[in-house]
Design a protein around this ligand. Sequence first.
Ligand SMILES: CC(C)(COP(=O)(O)OP(=O)(O)OC[C@H]1O[C@@H](n2cnc3c(N)ncnc32)[C@H](O)[C@@H]1OP(=O)(O)O)[C@@H](O)C(=O)NCCC(=O)NCCS
Ligand SMILES: [Zn+2]
Length: 318
Amino acid sequence: MIIDPRKRRKEQHTPVYIGETEVERVKTFKFLGIYVSEVLIWSHNTQQLLRRSQQRLSSSGSDTELRNEVTNNLRAGSLEGEQKNSDNNQNAFGATTCNVCGMLYSPSTTEDETQHLLFHNQFISAVRYVGWKKERILGEYPDGKIILVLPDDPKYALKKVEEIREMVDNDLGFQQVETKVPSQTKTFLFISNDKKVTGCLIAEHIQEGYRVIEEPLPEGSEREKVMFERQRAWCCSTVPEPAVCGISRIWVFNMMRRRGIASRMIECLRNNFIYGSHLSKDEIAFSDPTPDGKLFATHYCGTSQFLVYNFISGTRLT
Ligand SMILES: CC(C)(COP(=O)(O)OP(=O)(O)OC[C@H]1O[C@@H](n2cnc3c(N)ncnc32)[C@H](O)[C@@H]1OP(=O)(O)O)[C@@H](O)C(=O)NCCC(=O)NCCS
Ligand SMILES: [Zn+2]
């Protein structure tokens, strides 16, 4: 971090280099779990904290049940049901789940309401999928299809991927950064029958991953396991192991979760990441997984000791 104490900052900073690479100047960055802004104010950090806590609340068991109820009502096309559920959907903290974008927010707080509106609009535009002439369809299912977008695809396809990635990063509370090497990433999109992007997986080539070392989840109900997962610290080995494919983002629209969409996207990834070969689960690593990501990866890989990589936050791992 460079601190510039000058009062007048008319001229640009001289670029800083590490070797031959220019150090990127960012508006905010995450250091030991705290967002530091370029003007040293806390608002971004506070917003991210709020967002994280909202996400955790929105993922608790009772909300999942409520969300399923909302989804069922939406599917039945009952407007009355929608209204009723969105009213009922208010939790003990006065928060409401928007039944379009799925965000949990408190309508009585202006800041929250604004944040919701911003995300809501970004979400609506990002998930809209008009259909492309040339689609690389990898799988067709009763509830949708999976398509693959490659770095050399037409601009409109890459633009959609970028829009989705920004929205996903926002949903995950990630800092907005360009995908590291866009020319090498492969993006898998799940398109639902109503022409919306409801799942996204961005994969990249990697050389190594690190195995999570932690106690397996204790026996108990799913709710207990989820609560445990959300609270515990975790760490991973410092010994690198060879890996081939890194999952840099995996995301499913929260009203469509637990229907095997993420699992189907990973199946497609394993079959199509390298032409003519099928990746084993041990060749895949997850980038800095969230609690949801860990629960999913543990189930998908059949072990809590799966591979991870690219853990920039430094707070989750020792
Ligand atoms: C993680 C995520 C992509 C999973 O997507 P999904 O489509 O719901 O996953 P699947 O339906 O394929 O899940 C397969 C299994 O994984 C486990 N699993 C997935 N999400 C889980 C969760 N939140 N809690 C507990 N178990 C979970 C379950 O065993 C599930 O099988 P089941 O539904 O039959 O019990 C989704 O929760 C998501 O988008 N979360 C927000 C973004 C995020 O955190 N991404 C991870 C970045 S590393
Ligand atoms: Zn909304």
